[in-house]
Design a protein around this ligand. Sequence first.
Ligand code: IVH
Length: 706
Amino acid sequence: MKWRTVLVDVLTSEQAAEELKALAEEMAGHDVAYYQNDDPVISDADYDALRQRNEAIEERFPNLKRQDSPSDKVGVTPESGFGKIQHSVPMLSLGNAFDLQDLEDFDTRIRRFLSLDDAETITYTSEPKIDGLSASLRYENGVFISGATRGDGQIGEDITENLKTLKDVPITLPKGVPDIVEIRGEVYMAHDDFKALNRQQSEKGLKTFANPRNAAAGSLRQLDSKITADRPLKFFAYTWGEISDMPADTQSGMMACFDMWGFTVNPDFNLFKDVTALNNHWRDIEERRSLLGYDIDGMVYKIDRLDWQSRLGFVSRAPRWAIAHKFPAEKAITQLLDIDIQVGRTGALTPVAKLKKVTVGGVEVSNATLHNADEIKRLDVRLNDFVVVQRAGDVIPQIIEVLIDKREGAQQAFHFPDNCPECGAQAFHEIRADGEQDAVKRCSGGLSCPAQAKERLKHFVSRSALDIDGLGDKQIDEFWANDLLKTPVDIFKLYQKADEAPEIWLYTSGKNKGQLKDSLTKLFRAIEQAKKPDLDRFLFALGIRHVGETTARLLARRYKTLEGFRDAILSMCDGDEVSKEELASIDGVGDTMMVSLLTFFAEPHNLDIINGLIDFGVAPVSLPEAENNTPISGKIIVFTGTLTRMTRAEAKARAEMMGAKVSGSVSDKTDILVAGESAGSKLKKAEELGVETMTEDEWLEIAAIT
Ligand code: IVH
């Protein structure tokens, strides 16, 4: 809006009133998007800018401060299927600092308020500001009674059952804790867990999450706590609400108690004696921000002495004794030169912004993802637009804003193609398992689309698939360009082709004759070895939509041979009900997967490839027969926590070989839970349900692996 460019100092009171109203409305909209829908439309930094602007205007025109002023609001009143919980002590927010000057002002305000002179040392605590959702956990007589979201700070949502599934949330506290304790902190999702969850979601044909915070919010606000139990959420404790008896007289003392009581406190919790030291440490953390493994958006400083904290008290929505020192978002302005459409293995058309080179947070960026057609529409981004690019952690840079004011006529709207740019086939939106239309547009060309075919080849030989050493992305690109490799069957014809046209090999490899001979010998050996892959790897290698490694293993176990699998699915395509039921009876195979398998086999190319591979001597090896007389045959077993002596995949394979069924979640049907190191919610649930639990050592004994 235009008037936001007017300096606050020169605003007339009419302009100020008008802007305060507009800000209140706009920010209320953003609050709903962020807190209620878990789907923010502007960046945190932009939201902070709105808040700062609002505060600056209110400071100059205090009598114009509105009843619905955003500066008095913390989040939004919950509106959902959850019960409500009134917080006994309000859950507040924090004021923000953006630079050393803001910190010095903060320190000065405190000294003035407490009448401390400059010689007096103020000890501050410092800890990361976790980018998650705050929650309050209430314990009475050492037992977890209820848990709530922040909501509007006064009333939150009752998410007790969901919080119980977090391993960082103890159900009981050790003896000696005060009768009433409310622990408050942040629920978040670590980067690795976020990536794994998104992988799982897309394998199941479900919606993926835009970032770890959204994933955490979406996971925590599930009406069915069983879903939350399967989501890898974590919790850092950093403050408290009601407490019947204070166990310490400093913030750091309180944190030490939390730690002793079994809560997780942030390892980067430190004490500093002045704001310069806080600022230096802030810089250090910012540098290693991307290595922490979870998102943070700044540091939080609190006065260590609790008597000072209570004297300082609160001002509207935030304590006077604490402040959030935000990191600047890693952003830069540049120009959008073009939009490329990349076609992935599954036909997904991904728009990639080609940018005029720009440095963002020390890294040179010339590409940014635009996610999908909807995102282009949402941003209304046009070719030649000036745009703001953001790089957060190790995520691919994204365009977060278009500078509309900078348009001078050279901009052109981008029409998202209706056809695949690589093969011309029609592009379409799939309907997801939840019935919604997927935002991603896909090429319908299947293997006749060269881009899809090439990406599928790369997948076919990749590490978790046939794992052919010497056939990397680069070689595939070269062989493809020289017509040596178009389908997986061609891999097994390469040997012949090397004899027929050796000059192509020399030309494409850029190697001398001797080197070429060596690498070819190695390559052919690897190809020969790949003729006997485990059946599950082979099925995964086919690249059937939604058939990830886990499903591939389930299919391999059920159908035993490639021919068995092929014939069963083909009969299903012909309408055979028995084959359909057999497939549907596999745990973990749902409608999305059935449709995928049918679609795959309905495409003659795909069947030709399978048959061609068989003709060339590719003979996938059946998984070993499950034994039926072991202590665990027929039992349902769940692995959780970190296993130190074998990978989770090995453990699963071993258990299945011994006739057990491995499941991912604990229920009353579970027979055994094997709990590795730092097992969490699943272990807790198993104990509650009275399921037999085993340590890793006990499991190894049964598995006869010593
Ligand atoms: S202390 C009364 N410490 O940031 C002070 N908050 O923008 C209570 N947050 O509402 C907050 N990490 O959701 C505190 N280490 C930390 C934090 C933290 C994240 C969140 C919290 C708070 C919001 C304020």
